[in-house]
Design a protein around this ligand. Structure first.
Ligand code: ZN
Length: 291
């Protein structure tokens, strides 16, 4: 995976078809609603079972799922220029993740965490993420390529299993997935040829979204890469004309990612960027699928 993260991928903004619904569990309203597109109307209006009714009050719905003021279900597209989505993969960890949450809180910046399976001790950290307005996405119950890319069903089960556990433990209905290795990974070819083409379609067909990245800090290339290197990479790759999805990691081996965070936030703010958490209405950055 580490090697795959940095390969030159062709990025496709394929999230122009913003979902008409914001699913309840995301439950927060930091999104600007000043852009709507025709695609909103064109999009099939399927309403999954787990989604709460329109107009529901904020709080917890009858299924025990956290919901926002509107109860979700409203079409919207966010303005993406000069936007930064900070995304953290492979956590939560007991040391680096809380430090990252502290920095985000001090700066009033919201981010997105693509998590792996976690122990009981991590539940308060996940609850904190939700309470403080961050988005939790699914990276997978397991990160073992041989296991998760063995078949379509193996992958879907790996997503569903963690989703269900998170829903049970935290009451959070995560709907956004990040593929281990990204959707552009070629390592999956070793286990099943063509699986990424199938999975990218299947996820969306089954009501999930998936998000890749277009700014790589390089923190996946080794443990504790000097924070100055990470910041330099971000400065080089940020583009004010688009949505910027920054890939970071929050495992215990990524202390330097936490160390680089304040610098990344300062640089973003100084240069007029807005930091947002990913929601289902976010234009999803997708890599070119290679397998
Ligand atoms: Zn990962």
């Amino acid at each position: 995976m580490r090697l795959l993260m940095c390969c030159g991928v062709i990025l496709v903004l394929s999230g122009l078809f913003a979902a008409p619904e914001i699913r309840a569990a995301l439950g927060r309203r930091q999104i600007q609603r000043d852009m709507k597109t025709e695609q909103d109307a064109a999009r099939p209006q399927s309403v999954p079972e787990r989604q709460v009714a329109e107009g529901a009050a904020a709080g917890v719905n009858d299924k025990g799922i956290l919901v926002g003021e509107s109860g979700a279900v409203e079409p919207e597209v966010v303005r993406e220029k000069k936007t930064i989505y900070l995304t953290f993969d492979d956590g939560p960890s007991m040391d680096v993740t809380p430090e990252i949450l502290d920095i985000l809180k001090q700066n009033n910046v919201k981010a997105t965490f693509f998590i792996l399976n976690y122990g009981e001790k991590s539940i308060p950290i996940l609850e904190r993420m939700v309470r403080e307005g961050h988005t939790i996405g699914i990276h997978g119950y397991s990160h073992d390529y041989a296991e998760i890319y063995a078949s379509e069903d193996a992958f879907m089960d790996n997503v569903q299993k963690l989703h269900d556990k998170l829903l049970k433990d935290v009451g959070y209905d995560a709907r956004i997935v990040r593929f281990p290795g990204g959707s552009s990974n070629t390592i999956s070819e070793k286990y099943e040829k063509g699986i990424m083409k199938k999975l990218t379609k299947r996820l969306e067909k089954e009501g999930w979204k998936y998000l890749d990245w277009n700014v790589s800090t390089g923190d996946a290339e080794g443990d504790n890469i000097p924070s100055g290197h990470l910041l330099k990479a971000v400065k080089k790759e940020l583009d004010p004309e688009r949505s910027n999805v920054i890939l970071l990691h929050d495992t215990s081996a990524k202390q330097s990612s936490a160390d680089a965070l304040q610098g990344i936030i300062d640089f973003g703010i100084e240069n007029g960027y807005t930091f947002r958490p990913v929601t289902e209405s976010t234009m999803m950055v997708h890599h070119k699928v290679n397998n």
